[in-house]
Design a protein around this ligand. Sequence first.
Ligand code: ACO
Length: 402
Amino acid sequence: GIDSSKLLAKTGYVTLDTGFVNTGSCQSAITYIDGDAGILRYRGYPIEQLAQNSTFLETSYLLIYGELPTTEQLTAFDSSIRHHTLLHEDMKRFFDGFPRDAHPMPVLASAVNALSTFYQDNLNPTDPAGVDLTTIRLMAKLPTIAAYAYKKSIGQPFLYPDNSLGTVENFLRMTFGFPAEPYEVNETARAALDLLLILHADHEQNCSTSTVRTVGSAQANMFASIAAGINALSGPSHGGANQAVLEMLENIHRSSDDVDGFVKRVKNREEGVRLMGFGHRVYKNYDPRAALVKKMADDVLTKLGVSDPLLDIAMELEQHALSDDYFIERKLYPNVDFYTGLIYKALGFPNRMFTVLFALGRLPGWIAQWREMMQDPAFKISRPRQIYTGPGERDYVGVGNR
Ligand code: ACO
């Protein structure tokens, strides 16, 4: 019942909470996390049940609109997404402007930002019809952009979306297929990717999501807000960790470093070496998503006939860390990124696409959080305060006298 802005104006008190470790920025009905117990629920549904029974499309609907859809609602959602998968032809030229070896994350963020210029009549955040249309456009076009960014990076021609296919099949086809050649979607690959997208779909006020909210709080449009979220996600402390984990495993495999040696370097804080894919701001217990991914990693690799020595290194690293006092004392457990890269790799994705896949998964969460904020009657522009530590007042000195 306390209006903190009035309190601040009256008293001048400012709470300093660097990194917002203990500061809530909003009220939200979307995702519940109990970091000590290792619990994650979307709209009340345990992540384990959604992973077992739902699809990425259905989970996206749940996050964005608040309830599981009826058959009619799901069909309508699916067909409107299929209807909007094409990119404007002029958008294709954007991809030619990037260097051939451009990382696909900044390409993705730039293209999402650019989308707003094609849909300028529907950008008003207070227009519900425009917000609904932007929701569908983003859900439909992000996989197409991601596939184009990949094709460009390997010098292959783009494939137009095939709207007889669902989101995940379509994305796999646009990524791995060739124009005018039939592409048969591997069901193991489709199901694995679908499940991974569900596990990434929302995670309350993480760095990229709070970025989306902060940018949106200035009434910036949804494309602009989500482009900002994609940039936040690209950092190795956040979504970029999935690429960093695989590079870490490859380095251990390539070098003479064994697992023991690597863990020692982490504990000695050598050149800031961290055990990537371990630790989380909220989970002080096993990340429930990591538990699900670990369970599926072995199964998916076996079904795809892939034998990867990096999986053995990952399991050895995990076992080693979980019985080591350094990690036990700090409550460091594997997070969602620890095993995902091994599955993405087995599906045929290069390391640099891993964080793009995270972005595809997180999209419905970003959209849901942006929409919830805009509908919140307590909505306010984000504007944190600071504790000033610079010099006190002093007089200007002309350049010749400094
Ligand atoms: N390896 C080694 N030590 C670690 C690790 C790690 N992965 N993570 C945390 N620590 C140590 C810190 O050095 C610190 O030790 P200290 O108290 O002795 O100084 C302690 O554990 C607490 O860590 P903080 O950095 O203060 O924790 P914070 O909540 O700020 O950071 C983060 C969380 C960024 C996820 C961190 O654990 C990390 O860098 N992990 C590796 C990167 C990673 O996997 N990121 C993905 C996060 S999940 C996601 O975005 C999907």
